[in-house]
Design a protein around this ligand. Structure first.
Ligand code: ADP
Length: 252
């Protein structure tokens, strides 16, 4: 059984605060955050701009450490881990997706995926893995295109393939549909939901998109750096299928 009801704790946040200095003033971006995240959950982080969503994603993404409190990822306390350990976790266990796609403009879709692969993967295996990843996101036929030759939805699908390169256990996404029209947003969401169903990956997604949030198993709302609601829900079981990409027209 894959992606059944989550049971094992993956993250445990306790008394988490994150303060920033803004000039002479201190900004409390997160305060008093206690949160457990289980394996296989699909969590949306919602709330107005400035409520602390990105800050929270950076902490669970091992990109930042709290000013006080603890962030545990399984047995590891990320708040005390060395940079090297954090880098290792990011590279081997987490995958990231951003609103702006963050693809390298001078590299093809295939190379954008390839650069994310663990350097230890041998050359031949790399090509196979890249092809497999691009096919999984329906973009095998776009492998040699530069990002500028791809639509926004296709660019985000390349970014998803890149995020999946090293078989992450968690995908962390900051407004992944924020730059997409509703059809492409629906495709990206269907892809993420399908991935969770097929691989049991944990999804942690900051979003303003109600349609994305409707498919989550749990919705967390932030306001002024604090969790103001945390609701479990049964997502709809049927997700619109990813529209298969049109084949290149055959020459007659
Ligand atoms: P959201 O993602 O919900 O828009 P953020 O986590 O980006 O919220 O920001 C929360 C608060 O922390 C905001 O007041 C923001 O201005 C502040 N903040 C975020 N990052 C920094 C930073 N690097 N330096 C100073 N203040 C920051």
């Amino acid at each position: 059984m894959i992606a059944a009801e989550p049971t094992e704790a993956l993250y445990q946040l306790r008394g988490v605060e994150r303060r920033y200095l803004k000039g002479a003033a201190q900004v409390l971006a997160l305060s008093g955050v206690d949160l457990d995240i289980a394996k296989g959950e699909f969590i949306t982080i919602e709330g107005p701009s400035g409520s602390g969503k990105s800050t929270l994603l950076q902490l669970v993404g091992a990109l930042d450490t709290p000013s006080s409190g603890t962030v545990r990822f399984e047995s590891q306390d990320l708040s005390r881990a060395r940079d090297r350990a954090l880098t290792d976790i990011r590279r081997k266990r987490l995958g990231f997706i951003f609103q702006q796609f963050n693809l390298v403009p001078t590299l093809s879709a295939a190379d954008n995926v390839a650069i994310a692969l663990d350097p230890g993967v041998p050359r031949r295996a790399r090509a196979v893995r890249v092809a497999e990843l691009l096919s999984a996101v329906g973009l095998a036929h776009r492998a040699n295109h530069l990002p500028t030759g791809l639509s926004g939805g296709e660019q985000q699908r390349v970014a998803i393939a890149r995020a999946l390169a090293n078989h992450p256990e968690v995908i962390i996404a900051d407004e992944p549909t924020g730059n997409l029209d509703s059809q492409n947003a629906a495709d990206v969401m269907a892809l993420l939901v399908g991935l969770r169903r097929d691989t049991g990956v944990t999804l942690i997604v900051a979003t303003h998109n109600e349609e994305v949030a409707r498919h989550a198993t749990r919705r967390i709302r932030l306001r002024d750096g604090a969790i103001v609601s945390d609701t479990h829900q049964d997502p709809p079981s049927v997700v619109a299928p990813l529209i298969p990409p049109a084949e290149e027209p055959l020459r007659s």
